[in-house]
Ligand binder design. Structure first.
Ligand code: NAP
Ligand code: ZN
Ligand code: ZN
Length: 350
């Protein structure tokens, strides 16, 4: 039987989130049903609630950094058992047959991945609803195993902020002997610092917030620069082999591309709602590259979770009750998050 679950939703574009009920589908033969314990708050939740990328579906229950415990498994489930921990990231399905899906990079599914929320279940008009809710049902192929050795509230953000930074750092072979800039010290940025430092790179945080300097160094960065300070930025020209740009708002890519060495690459993961113009001379002059990267596939997300369990890497979090979600969004817009809000879903079960 479908189950009615408690949630928080934006009922219309840009409306504050408020209590909402909806039905989760019955647990099918390949599905697992998860009792959600924690859900991280990603800036993408805010972009989509405000329909900044277009095409948002309302009512919207955001949340794609989900960890919880398995309540039920379908007859054909082989990889998960009742009582185990499980996680869900940014997608819950894909076509399963295109070259990207076959390669384990479901996030680049040629027919489009099915988002954990703000999407439709494949072949239907049933909206998907995310992790700001008490339970979720998902095909086991799109669920992750979660270690019981790490604090769960600190693990939840790995499902998006973690994999989104781990994947490009791995893809571009970032490591020993390289100078890396992490631009924007928020949810993604602070995970980027931890991974880049852990892979052996010399890490500089490039931030608009001078007050984050001590935190940056504690997170593992070796240097800190304030991007509003023109002199500091000038000194860093030609400095980096690799830059990971996590900025969520309008900015000028050229300011950061100039900081790359010859052959350096800037990978953009932040998704501002408006375009940025690139000066051809800045990429041509030093054969620089501008690239992008989106989350990671299931296989790589599992690899990242294992890496984190082995190296004791988790997110720095501020745990909130669901009733504080709108304040958390306001604070995120002011760059006042240290460094990920995570909802204690127990606050939805009262
Ligand atoms: P967040 O926690 O709000 O962090 C963003 C940081 O960017 C801020 O803390 C701030 O850092 C910096 N920033 C904000 N506005 C800025 C501005 N106008 N100019 C310069 N810097 C600014 O957000 P998040 O959750 O890390 O997400 C970051 C972006 O990545 C969002 O756009 C999100 O949608 C996107 N995202 C993409 C993927 C993907 O697969 N590619 C996955 C998840 C999220 P400082 O205070 O240090 O300057
Ligand atoms: Zn996200
Ligand atoms: Zn596909």
């Amino acid at each position: 039987m479908p189950t009615t679950v408690n949630a928080y939703a934006a009922k219309e574009v840009s409306r504050p989130l408020e209590p909402f009920n909806f039905q989760r589908r019955d647990t099918g033969p390949n599905d697992i049903k998860i009792d959600i314990l924690f859900c991280g708050v990603c800036h993408s939740d805010l972009h989509q609630v405000r329909d900044e990328w277009g095409g948002s579906i309302f009512p919207m229950v955001p949340g794609h950094e989900i960890v919880g415990r398995i309540l039920q498994v379908g007859d054909k489930v082989t990889n998960f058992q009742v009582g185990e921990l499980a996680g869900i990231g940014c997608f819950v399905d894909s076509c399963r047959s295109c070259p990207s899906c076959q390669a384990g990079e479901e996030q680049y599914c040629e027919k489009g991945m099915t988002g954990t929320y703000n999407s439709y279940e494949r072949g239907t008009k049933n909206p998907t609803y995310g992790g700001y809710s008490t339970q979720i049902v998902v095909d086991e192929k799109y669920a992750l195993h979660i270690s019981d050795k790490l604090p769960l509230e600190r693990v939840a953000p790995l499902l998006c902020a973690g994999i989104t930074t781990y994947s490009p750092l791995r893809h571009w072979n970032v490591g020993n002997g390289q100078k890396v800039g992490i631009v924007g010290l928020g949810g993604l940025g602070h995970m980027g610092v931890k991974f880049a430092a852990s892979f052996g790179a010399e890490v500089t945080v490039l931030s608009t917030s001078p007050s984050k300097e001590n935190d940056a160094l504690e997170l593992g960065a070796h240097h800190f620069a304030v991007t509003k300070d023109r002199e500091q930025m000038k000194k860093l020209r030609g400095e980096f082999d690799f830059i990971l740009n996590t900025i969520s708002a309008q900015h000028d890519y050229n300011d950061y591309l100039q900081l790359l060495k010859t052959n350096g690459t800037m990978v953009v993961v932040g998704i501002p709602p408006t375009p940025s113009t690139v000066m051809a001379g800045i990429v041509i002059g030093n054969r620089r590259s501008l690239a992008g990267s989106m989350i990671g596939g299931i296989r790589e997300t599992q690899e990242m979770l294992t890496y984190c369990a082995e190296h004791n890497i988790t997110s720095d979090v501020e745990v909130i009750d669901i009733s504080n979600i709108n304040t958390a969004y306001e604070r995120m817009l002011k760059n006042d998050v240290r460094y990920r809000f995570v909802i204690d879903i127990a606050s939805l079960k009262k």
